[in-house]
Design a protein around this ligand. Structure first.
Ligand SMILES: [Zn+2]
Length: 364
């Protein structure tokens, strides 16, 4: 069934949720909705993670897709899930396939156009053992005044740029990206903060993955993101090292466009506490083949500036105040270029990647 590529996209979290629920209803997909007990939307609305499940409970093969781990990045992932629900032909499926669609894992971030959640936590750095010492990030400590300055004055931003320039000159540009973005556990009002306890969304995901996919021998996972890489291009990011069976399976399913962060092949740094690192631990009896599908938008600098301003707005200013409108428009645009060409590229790539995952599961 062909689909108008812009039709599954939405203007905000609330429209995305309504479309997801309607598409699920049309396909008789069961949905369990989890109300966020800690946060509301900008107008006091309730916020939900919606979990669609499709297929038999005793399935041996599972497909998991996740949108909105990084809130504002959810526009693309939500559209791919909705488009897939509308157009997927279940006749292609392996027998006994269980499909689990996690819609808006971070509904607060999606609704407020933030990458982080209601506790300023980057969920994709939160999936680690909180009883063990956290990974150190000395580079972040060195750069913290530039990453999260006290104000956004021309003076402050100039000082920040100078600090970054010196760091990059000493250590290299990728080391700068790594220090800023790989995750930190010491500055709750900073960026890429991984939290100091398990977040509500993380607990829901753990529970759902174990309950819905715990009996499967083979599980494919596609976790949708945006913000890194060339405009509209979808990079397939693997966190597995290049000599592992999981990486080889990902390459067999999706081809040589799969890039490993461990091997330094990816646009992304090797991060700590990610969703993708956690899922195989939750499914010790399953062969898990997974990828983060990361769609490029604009330049890394534009993305960073938008994130930094948003961090300042929420930690040091008023997210509903006079400066909010511009900052919110900028961050939404940075992670969601609301343009037809971008949407078309996102949907076509998403549809192909999901079809390849189904084909890979059919052979497993
Ligand atoms: Zn992301």
């Amino acid at each position: 069934m062909s689909l108008d590529p812009s039709s599954p996209f939405s203007a905000d979290y609330f429209e995305a949720r309504a479309k997801f629920l309607a598409a699920a209803r049309d396909r008789n997909v069961k949905v369990a909705s989890h109300l966020n007990p800690h946060a509301k939307g900008p107008k006091g609305e309730d916020l939900f993670i919606d979990i669609g499940t499709w297929g038999p409970d005793d399935a041996k093969v599972g497909l998991l897709t996740i949108s909105g781990t990084h809130g504002v990045e959810g526009y693309a992932g939500s559209a791919c899930q909705i488009g897939w629900l509308k157009s997927e032909d279940a006749a292609n499926w392996p027998r006994h396939l269980k499909v689990v669609l996690v819609h808006a894992l971070n509904p607060y971030g999606f609704a407020w156009n933030r990458r982080v959640n209601e506790e300023n936590v980057d969920l994709n750095r939160n999936f680690l053992d909180h009883s063990a010492p956290y990974p150190a990030n000395d580079g972040y400590n060195e750069l913290k005044s530039a990453v999260a300055p006290i104000d956004l004055s021309t003076e402050s931003l100039k000082r920040a740029s100078e600090l970054f320039r010196v760091y990059a000159k000493q250590h290299g540009a990728f080391a700068l990206q790594e220090a800023v973005s790989k995750g930190q556990y010491t500055h709750p009002d900073g960026m890429y903060f991984g939290g100091t306890r398990e977040q509500w969304s993380a607990g829901i995901l753990r529970h759902v993955v174990r309950r819905e996919l715990g009996r499967c021998g083979h599980v494919g996972v596609v976790d949708f993101h945006t913000g890194l890489g060339p405009y509209g291009y979808g990079e397939l990011i693997s966190e597995d090292a290049a000599d592992t069976p999981a990486y080889r399976r990902a390459r067999a399913w999706w081809g040589d466009t799969v890039r490993s962060t461990k091997a330094g092949e990816s646009v992304s740094a090797d991060v700590s506490g990610s969703v993708d690192s956690c899922i195989p631990r939750l499914l010790p009896h399953a062969e898990v083949t997974m990828t983060a599908l990361e769609y490029g938008t604009y330049s890394t600098l534009e993305i960073f500036d938008a994130l930094r301003a948003d961090n300042w707005l929420h930690t040091r200013s008023d997210p509903l105040g006079s400066q909010a409108q511009q900052i919110k428009a900028d961050i939404r645009c940075a992670f969601y270029p609301d343009r037809d060409d971008w949407k078309e590229m996102v949907w076509q790539r998403g549809e192909a990647v999901l079809a390849q995952a189904v084909a890979g599961l059919r052979k497993s």
